[in-house]
Design a protein around this ligand. Structure first.
Ligand SMILES: Nc1ncnc2c1ncn2[C@@H]1O[C@H](COP(=O)(O)OP(=O)(O)OP(=O)(O)O)[C@@H](O)[C@H]1O
Length: 517
């Protein structure tokens, strides 16, 4: 509270003069007297804690008493017989609590306005800067994605698919990096289903709870990216119950990703070569799986819109679902055959033990190379032996040679899997063995087509269904039950992972295609 200063000067007198002449001494109670400079008069001042007019009787009053008697929001002044409210400097009004009080003068309010405007502008600038920061960050991320997409041949792939196979891209869904990370728990080790020569396959659960298999290339390498794109192009054109379904892909990541339907029961190889365990695969199931695989290959060779050569048929690339239905997988090495009938000369790819010797020699790729590889799978199903095993004697290492020599030498039944011998009838086993032998003929021309193989196996299945008594055990569940006691032959290779030790030579030779002749 600012005390009222009554600035009266009594000229030509000092305080002492005034005291001598009591009538003219005007400094009242609760005040004191001070001389003006050069004896030029005196002045009265209220003492500290008092305010009012020091020249008047009862002029200087205790401030609190003043406020009690006259409640003010501003300054209370005691005048003789009355109390007055006033407003401090910088404000105006009557200063009374029950009057219009004291409001800041215009200058004070405009200061406030300036303060508020400065704060708002600061906030706006802050908002603008953050928006700019996030915008630039998002742009950087999407540029990075775009870069990976381009590096991974995403555009190349889309153009290729759109121009060559119009419409087929619609069936493949494009996933985001985030979606697949979430689905695989950030590619957690516990989600690994298997590791092939070219990538790791993870079990994923999508947001709608669909279980999928997600294949991630091992390292960013141009040829692997091309293989992934090749698989995408080929699989997006196939719709067959015995071919694994491609659900979609993701090209936002450093390495491309392919998403497939999840096939629950592992690979055919897992079921044939259960080292340390008995194979529970009945003769009937083996025959049906062979028939289904042959049917899928026959479709790829003869019924698809363009002929497709798989190029890497082997038991680890045949997956089995919960009903033991075969699903042909891994189309990374596959080839679309040109419609004009030109022959494909390629750098040799395939897996040792399954590789067609004629193709290996000539580099001429034909459908008969798949027939040869299928012949090896048939021999695997009949004998329970691996396609290639360095655990076996030198003349038995390569199954196709061993199998052919056993037939030639009349020793076929010596190498047939004991469980197959137990369940199948010899005539059937012989027929399947002869079919496998034809597929393994060195000269491609002399091998049957996949259509012929599929029809032969279908015929055998029909006979088996018509005369079940010919088989000692024909039902899968029944066989599984019985086989708990039996042992299947295992040629001694323990596998380090689900996809096994197949000696794939796909990564030893570059990916290239030359059309010619
Ligand atoms: N759709 C799928 N559903 C369930 N498991 C799968 C699926 N696709 C692949 N797998 C599992 O992942 C493993 C690896 O598959 P991938 O095709 O990469 O390798 P591979 O065929 O064994 O070897 P390579 O690519 O060297 O020939 C398979 O052996 C199988 O166990």
């Amino acid at each position: 509270m600012v005390p009222l200063v009554v600035d009266w000067l009594i000229p030509n007198q000092t305080c002492d003069d005034a005291k001598k002449n009591a009538t003219t001494y005007m400094c009242q109670e609760n005040s004191n007297c001070t001389d003006a400079e050069n004896g030029n008069g005196y002045q009265c001042h209220c003492l500290k804690g008092f305010q009012g007019n020091p020249y008047l009787q009862n002029g200087c009053q205790d401030i609190d008493e003043c406020m009690i008697l006259q409640p003010c929001v501003g300054i209370c002044t005691n005048l003789p017989g009355t109390y007055n409210c006033s407003c401090p400097k910088g404000s105006r009004g009557d200063g009374k609590k029950d009057g219009n009080g004291c409001t800041p003068t215009k200058r004070f309010r405009s200061m406030d306005i300036v303060l508020v405007s400065v704060s708002i502008s600061f906030l706006l600038v802050l908002l603008g800067v953050s928006w700019l920061y996030w915008g630039l960050r998002e742009r950087k991320i999407s540029r990075r994605r775009e870069k990976f997409f381009l590096e991974n041949g995403g555009r190349l792939m889309l153009q290729k698919i759109l121009s060559e196979h119009e419409g087929s891209i619609e069936s493949a869904r494009i996933f985001t990096d985030e979606e697949l990370k979430k689905a695989t728990d950030h590619y957690h080790e516990s989600r690994i289903l298997g590791q092939g020569g070219h990538g790791t396959v993870y079990r994923g659960i999508l947001a709608d709870n669909t279980v999928v298999a997600i294949k991630k290339a091992k390292i960013l390498d141009r040829s692997q990216v091309e293989e992934f794109i090749n698989e995408l192009i080929i699989l997006s054109q196939i719709n067959h119950r015995n071919v694994v379904k491609l659900i979609g892909c993701c090209f936002e990541t450093e390495v491309p990703l392919l998403v497939y339907e999840f096939v629950t029961n592992g690979t055919l190889s897992d079921h044939i070569h259960k080292c340390g365990h008995e194979s529970t695969l009945s003769w009937r199931a083996r025959l049906r799986i062979a028939g289904e695989t042959a049917g899928a290959l026959s479709y790829l060779h003869s019924d698809a819109s363009a002929q497709i050569l798989h190029r890497d048929i082997k038991s680890t690339n045949i997956l089995l679902d919960e009903n033991y239905t075969a699903k042909v997988a891994d189309f990374g090495a596959s080839r679309l055959v040109p419609l004009d009938g030109t022959q494909l000369t390629t750098l040799v790819q395939g897996t040792l033990g399954y590789l067609d010797p004629e193709y290996l020699r000539s580099s001429q790729l034909t459908e008969k190379s798949d027939v040869y590889s299928f012949g090896v799978v048939l021999a695997e199903l009949l004998t329970g032996l691996r396609a290639l095993s360095f655990e076996r004697a030198e003349n038995e290492r390569n199954l196709s040679l061993y199998f052919a020599s056993a037939i030639k030498g009349g020793r076929l039944f010596e190498i047939i899997n004991p469980m197959v011998l137990n369940e199948g009838n010899p005539e059937e086993i012989m027929k399947v063995a002869m079919l496998a032998n034809q597929c393994l003929t060195v000269k491609g021309e002399d091998r049957p087509t996949m259509k012929e193989v599929a029809m032969e196996l279908e015929g055998l299945m029909r006979v088996m269904d018509r005369h079940p008594w010919l088989n000692r055990s024909s039902d899968l569940e029944e066989a599984e039950h019985f086989l708990g006691e039996r042992s299947s032959k295992c040629d001694g290779i323990l596998r380090s992972n689900a996809s096994g030790n197949d000696d794939s030579i796909r990564n030893q030779v570059p990916f290239e295609i030359e059309s010619g002749r």
